[in-house]
Design a protein around this ligand. Structure first.
Ligand code: 5AD
Ligand code: FES
Length: 364
């Protein structure tokens, strides 16, 4: 089959996806072009913002790739106060971001989970529920997920990291805190509760094959998720996985592979929300723009107070760490206009795929 024939198929099969992931040069360019056309046709040239609040780097987990893993004693641990989190949300509202995303290392204790509920109520009270709220707080019980949903969170991000069990255990310790099936169960429970559920993977991990990546895309489609975040893996020197840093694809290859993943998924799931992850910009100054041009439609500008950002280095040299929120604000607007996109201010920017699915369920 020619590339054109594959690109015009309604349903991509695994062999097609692997073939598309292997494209280079002109073929890759055609793939990205087709993905952008699909995005413009279905979602227009709109970009949605989520003001990112990195609430705490205290984490009970020890993922082998992550710079803030509990085993990394070099990290100074911090936790924002309730007031600081709410102030960040107010700033998001003032800047017209429309939505916030609260992210934190994983904690399951009652003090933490109840605290999140209190914060959710306070953010919901800002201008009568003006802000959309995404949570990214790891694995929790269905009861906790439900408690937060009822308190006003309506989106949740939990990356599967890899949908291949074997690879999952190469990048995580194999113990009860890092259980592949538990993570899958969490995603199912989020979908079941009614969250706009987001998941995703890192691209260019040691041991990862094109076959694994194709399975990841089929996994997203199979779960019919509303949002996906994919970014290049960036080796962190203070992590166990760093020992394989010489075995991963080059920076350029990881960037291109990420762009191809985004583009193929845009063809497979034309109306989901896809984020141009900060990791893209970290390995390439134009990485975020490239991800948007390949089919992504969401950006998460950082709102964490600058004094804490150095301590939330999941990977080294994270982009924008020194920039003030107001600087990111105007920077982003200009950057998006330069590539023919419009940021939609003061909107929640829900996933069109999710909204349509919900409407259909109501009429059935
Ligand atoms: N490189 C790139 N992405 C990373 N993440 C964690 N560590 C790294 C790294 N070294 C991603 C994971 C996690 C998200 C918060 O950040 O996918 O889910
Ligand atoms: Fe798992 Fe940080 S230790 S994401």
């Amino acid at each position: 089959m020619t590339l054109e024939e594959i690109l015009s198929k309604d349903l991509l099969e695994k062999a097609d996806i692997v073939r598309l992931l292997a494209t280079q040069g002109e073929e890759m360019r055609l793939l990205l072009k087709k993905a952008m056309e699909t995005k413009f046709a279905r979602l227009d040239n709109h970009v949605h913002l989520r003001g990112l609040i990195e609430m705490s780097n205290v984490c009970r987990k020890s993922c082998l790739y992550c710079g803030v893993r509990s085993g990394n004693a070099k990290v100074e641990r911090y936790t924002l106060t309730d007031d600081e989190v709410v102030e960040c949300a107010k700033l998001a509202h003032k800047l017209g971001y429309g939505s916030v995303a609260i992210q934190s290392g994983e904690r399951n204790d009652r003090e933490f989970t109840d605290r999140i509920t209190r914060i959710l109520h306070r953010i919901k009270a800002i201008d009568n529920g003006a802000l959309g709220i995404t949570l990214s707080l790891g694995e929790q019980t269905p009861e906790v997920y439900r408690q937060w949903f009822e308190a006003g969170a309506h989106r949740y991000l939990l990356r599967i990291e890899s949908s291949t069990e074997e690879l999952y255990y190469k990048i995580h310790p194999h113990d009860e805190r890092h259980d592949f099936h538990q993570r899958l169960a969490c995603i199912d429970s989020l979908l079941d509760i009614g969250y706009q559920t987001g998941t995703g993977v890192m691209v260019g991990l040691p041991f990862q094959t094109l076959d694994n990546l194709a399975d990841d895309l089929l996994f997203f489609k199979g779960k019919d998720v509303a949002m996906v975040g994919m970014g290049p893996y960036i080796p962190h020197p203070d992590t166990p996985l760093y020992q394989y840093a010489d075995q991963i694809p080059s920076v350029e290859e990881r960037m291109n592979l990420t762009l191809k993943m985004i583009a193929i998924l845009r063809l497979m799931m034309p109306e989901i929300n896809m984020v141009a992850a900060t990791a893209n910009q970290t390995i390439d100054p134009m990485g975020r723009e490239k991800a948007i041009m390949a089919g992504a439609n969401v950006i998460m500008p950082n709102l964490t107070p600058n004094e804490y950002r150095e301590d939330y280095l999941i990977y080294p040299d994270k982009a924008c760490v020194g920039d003030k929120p107001e600087e990111c604000f105007s920077c982003l607007d200009i950057r998006m206009k330069a590539i023919g996109h419009d940021i939609l201010y003061n909107a929640w920017g829900d996933s069109v795929a999710f909204t349509k699915k919900n409407e259909k369920n109501q009429y059935n």
